[in-house]
Design a protein around this ligand. Structure first.
Ligand code: OAD
Length: 253
């Protein structure tokens, strides 16, 4: 692995000169908090479970109980997780940089727990539930966590589902709009812990690049995004992001 200190200094300089920065995060930023990613060859959720069965409207239609129990298991995992130094460094960057928008594909709340505010959740949240038909919000009860099947909507009686985006579904429009606007208006786009394989999220760095932004990618391995980035900082986000936040402070001092 290449020594990345000079690249971190360059990235910090770009951040120092930027007036608007947008950051896109993916499952990799939560990996060091013990939350499995999706596409890791061994521990990734989609290498162990069938995405079509568990994360699609058709899968939910076929077996609502299976899908419910799987999300309750994941919810338990997320509740046990704490923010790692990568999440904390991003909250710090937001305090240092004049305009800093944080856009995540993650359905956890670790950015918020680390102190980030106004986080745009492109793929929804596993802490929210709603009716699959009328979208009425549902407050999860203790007994429902252990139930074999999803609860019924209090408004219409249809099945309740997690408020996350499934394969074949559109992204929440307000989140997508906010993310696209931030990408269009950014001088620097920081990308951390995403494989860049899922659209439209993966389009955001391309939008930013076309609008003239510098793209900085942080990942343990190369991805389609790092191939197009101006700077690729190879390493764990929980290690690289704190070094970047520190380098920015030094550059500003
Ligand atoms: P993936 O699992 O596709 O990719 C995780 C990325 O993080 C990979 O590129 C890893 O190399 C990298 N990575 C792993 N550990 C890391 C670490 N400690 N530091 C830095 N990078 C690390 O996850 P996403 O790109 O988030 O969608 O996946 C995108 C979407 O696909 C998810 O939001 C989810 C999934 O299906 C929905 O649920 C709608």
């Amino acid at each position: 692995m290449e020594e990345i200190e000079p690249l971190i200094a360059q990235a910090a300089q770009s951040l120092c000169e930027a007036s608007a920065v947008v950051c896109l995060t993916g499952a990799g930023v939560s990996a060091e908090s013990g939350v499995p990613t999706f596409r890791d060859a061994q521990s990734g959720l989609w290498s162990r479970f069938d995405a079509a069965e568990l994360a699609s409207p058709e899968g939910f239609e076929r077996d609502p109980g299976l899908v419910w129990r799987w999300y309750m298991w994941r919810l338990q995992q997320l509740e046990a997780a704490s923010p790692n130094p990568g999440h904390i460094a991003l909250a710090e960057l937001a305090r240092t940089i004049e305009k800093f928008d944080l856009v995540t594909q993650n359905v956890d709340d670790l950015h918020e727990q680390a102190g980030s505010v106004g986080v745009v959740h492109l793929h929804g949240s596993l802490f929210r539930f709603r009716c699959r038909l009328c979208a009425h919000p549902h407050r999860l009860r203790e007994a429902e966590r252990r139930a074999a099947n999803p609860p019924a909507c209090a408004a219409c009686g249809e099945l309740v589902r997690p408020d996350v985006v499934w394969f074949g579904e559109g992204l929440p429009l307000d989140a997508l709009r906010a993310a696209s606007e931030a990408a269009h208006g950014s001088d620097v786009m920081l990308v951390a812990g995403t494989s860049g394989l899922v659209y439209p999220a993966a389009q955001l760095p391309l939008i930013a690049r076309q609008a003239g932004a510098t793209i900085i990618d942080i990942n343990v391995e190369r991805s389609p995004i790092s191939d197009r980035a101006n700077l690729f900082l190879q390493g764990k986000s929980g290690e690289v992001l704190p070094r970047l936040a520190k380098a920015l402070q030094d550059a500003k001092a």
